[in-house]
Design a protein around this ligand. Structure first.
Ligand code: GLY
Length: 363
């Protein structure tokens, strides 16, 4: 490829390529043809990226596929069982069969929903991820987590289902709203903390505004994806190491839920959750406070929240953390670091430290 990367992912029994680079949407047919099993594809897309989905569909049609497209309303409320029912019936009416594929075009919500459609329709059919947000590229399109929410909790129904192909066209990021780019950047900062001081340094030096310089961005996405692929190929079903990808998510999910999934978008809640996790790490692992100061500065520079809305009480956040699916059998799982790249998984940190870390987020 002139500019870009292709990574060969191996996760459990699944092997699939991940293409990262500009202009890949225009090559969809060429990329999918060698991997297609059946002759049809259902392109499920976020309504906000209809133009991109049309180009994906056009490429697949030119490659001889029968293609149906179906839009999904933007926003978390689409991650529901009723939406899965609607889409499975669209798929059935479109005569999508076991050897055909669902092509998911959109961000994290869309990928989780369409991924679960692929995992459950006719007991599982092919899946192609075409993530169009930074968050979906570095996180949700990789690793196979799919699912929908229940009123009782986020991601309560789902499956691990690996795609057959992932296509990350970095040109789609150029028209993404700043707020969404910032949300994805919170996950990028997470990778810097998990991977190494060197990756953190590059992220710390990232210019404003996002998405930043083209070639460097492609390399940055590759390095985040490589980190996640390495972790998930070691622990696909999250029995250990994969939980480290939840750095910042224990408190972050609590903040997101306490805000009714409305006050903060996911990446914004993770920004605050990262700072809380680093504060707890200072007390539990002796993390040098310089890392939290630098993390705070880089998050703030990219317009992510670093202080908590005072209307969200510590009690409401703790309560929501207890209801989180990842709060395993009453235990609070916390990902900490001793330094960037030095990951420590801890259960049940002293509650007083968690409370202090949340309270210190208040301005
Ligand atoms: N987003 C964390 C994971 O995929 O495990």
């Amino acid at each position: 490829m002139a500019s870009g990367h292709v990574l060969e992912a191996r996760i459990g029994v699944s092997e699939f390529p991940v293409f990262i680079g500009p202009g890949l949407i225009g090559r969809m047919g060429e990329l999918w043809t060698p991997r297609a099993d059946g002759g049809a594809a259902l392109v499920v897309h976020d309504e906000a990226v209809g133009g991109i989905a049309d180009r994906v569909a056009e490429g697949l049609r030119e490659a001889g596929q029968r293609v149906e497209t179906v839009p999904v309303a933007s926003g978390e409320s689409s991650k529901s069982l009723s939406e899965v029912e609607r889409l499975t019936r669209v798929a059935a009416r479109a005569r999508i069969r076991r050897r055909d594929a669902v092509v998911a075009v959109g961000g994290g919500v869309l990928g989780d929903l369409a991924g679960f459609l692929a995992a459950s329709y006719q007991r599982g059919i092919g899946l192609v991820h075409v993530p169009t947000t930074l968050l979906a590229m570095v996180d949700s399109a990789i690793g196979g987590k799919t699912g929908v929410d229940l009123p009782e909790g986020k991601n309560y129904v789902g499956a691990i289902w690996q795609p057959r192909l992932v296509v990350m066209d970095t040109e789609t990021l150029e028209s993404l709203p700043q707020r969404q780019l910032s949300c994805g950047f919170a996950e990028v900062v997470k990778y810097g903390l998990l991977e190494s001081p060197e990756l953190f340094e590059r992220i710390d030096a990232w210019p404003d505004p996002l998405p930043g310089p083209r070639e460097e961005l492609i390399d940055l996405i590759r390095d985040c994806v490589l980190h996640k692929l390495r972790v998930v190929s070691e622990d696909e079903f999250e029995t250990g190491l994969r939980a480290s990808l939840n750095l910042g998510h224990t408190v972050g999910h609590g903040i997101e839920a306490a805000g009714g999934y409305d006050r903060y978008q996911h990446g914004e809640a993770i920004s605050l959750g990262l700072l809380a996790a680093l504060r707890i790490a200072e007390r539990m692992t002796g993390l040098d406070p310089v890392w939290r100061a630098r993390t705070r500065a880089v998050l703030a520079r990219h317009r992510l929240p670093v202080t908590l809305d005072p209307t969200l009480s510590t009690e409401a956040i703790l309560d929501a953390m207890g209801r989180d699916k990842k709060a395993d059998a009453g235990a609070l799982n916390m990902v900490l670091i001793g330094a960037p790249g030095d990951i420590r998984l801890r259960q049940n940190p002293p509650m007083e430290m968690v409370v202090q870390a949340i309270e210190e987020l208040h301005p």
